[in-house]
Design a protein around this ligand. Structure first.
Ligand code: CIR
Length: 253
């Protein structure tokens, strides 16, 4: 069970963040509105939501998931893999200090972003991406081991982050798209294969008894409903334009 979440409002410089989507410039007011609905959804999932104020120094700072890996007994502050985002983790670290006795750090030359880390029961998958390097993954592996968790690395081919293309819904069920549909590592799970045209929605998010799903992906919605999950649909268009999905907008612990 998750009890709380940290989020950060999109800042006025949101449109200047990193994007490869080719979906055009996000509308700031609409992004703020979508973000407030996201916060409401987290509250509906019974989370206490800690909302940080916007930070114009970092256009991508609404994507807080990348700044930390959080579990019950520890938080790991990451070292983000792109120059324009380095420093976002500082305020998050200060906040997490109030909740955790054990705070660990990924240190240079290691880089790691939370979007590349997926927990499946007591095992962690760590994506090796443009943002997470082998050294960062090794540091995380060592930290996880010291807390009794196993982990393995997954080399990414096309996606930005591991969780862009795969997410864990619980009960041994994974949503998978693109390069993850046939990977050996994930064959032992129940796979929900997401249509190419709905790949964005692979980054859906299980929180307590709900699954948050982006609006506008009817096939995926049906596939998830078949497993009897309770669904909350959210408009995500402005975040999609900036390569961000549902998980990226919060740290849940
Ligand atoms: C970036 O490129 O860093 C942001 N525009 C999007 C980050 C998305 N985060 C995530 O998938 N965890």
């Amino acid at each position: 069970m998750f009890k709380q979440a940290i989020v950060r409002k999109p800042c006025k410089k949101f449109q200047f963040g990193i994007s490869t989507s080719n979906l055009g410039k996000p509308d700031y007011q609409r992004a703020l509105h979508q973000h407030s609905k996201y916060v409401e959804a987290l509250q509906k999932c019974n989370l206490l939501v800690i909302e940080l104020i916007e930070d114009d120094r970092y256009p991508d700072s609404t994507f807080v998931e990348d700044t930390a890996v959080v579990d019950k007994e520890f938080a790991v502050i990451t070292n983000l893999g792109v120059e324009s985002r380095k420093g976002e983790e500082i305020e998050i670290s200060e906040k997490l200090n109030g909740f955790y006795e054990n705070i660990e750090f990924i240190k240079a030359p290691g880089t790691l972003e939370g979007g590349d880390v997926m927990k499946v029961e007591d095992h962690y998958y760590i994506g090796l991406s443009d943002r997470t390097n082998n050294e960062g993954a090794n540091q995380l592996t060592k930290i996880l081991k010291s807390y009794g968790y196993s982990s393995s690395k997954v080399l990414l081919k096309n996606v930005l982050h591991l969780k862009t293309g795969i997410s864990y819904l619980g009960d041994s069920i994974l949503l998978v798209s693109g390069e993850f549909k046939d990977r050996f590592d994930f064959k032992k799970y129940k796979l929900i294969k997401v249509l190419y045209s709905e790949a964005y929605a692979t980054n859906s998010l299980r929180i307590n008894e709900y699954v948050l799903v982006p609006k506008g992906y009817p096939n995926l919605k049906k596939q998830i409903q078949n497993y009897n999950f309770k669904i909350l649909e959210l408009e995500m268009s402005e975040f999609e334009k900036m390569d961000g999905g549902l998980s990226c907008l919060s740290l849940r612990f």
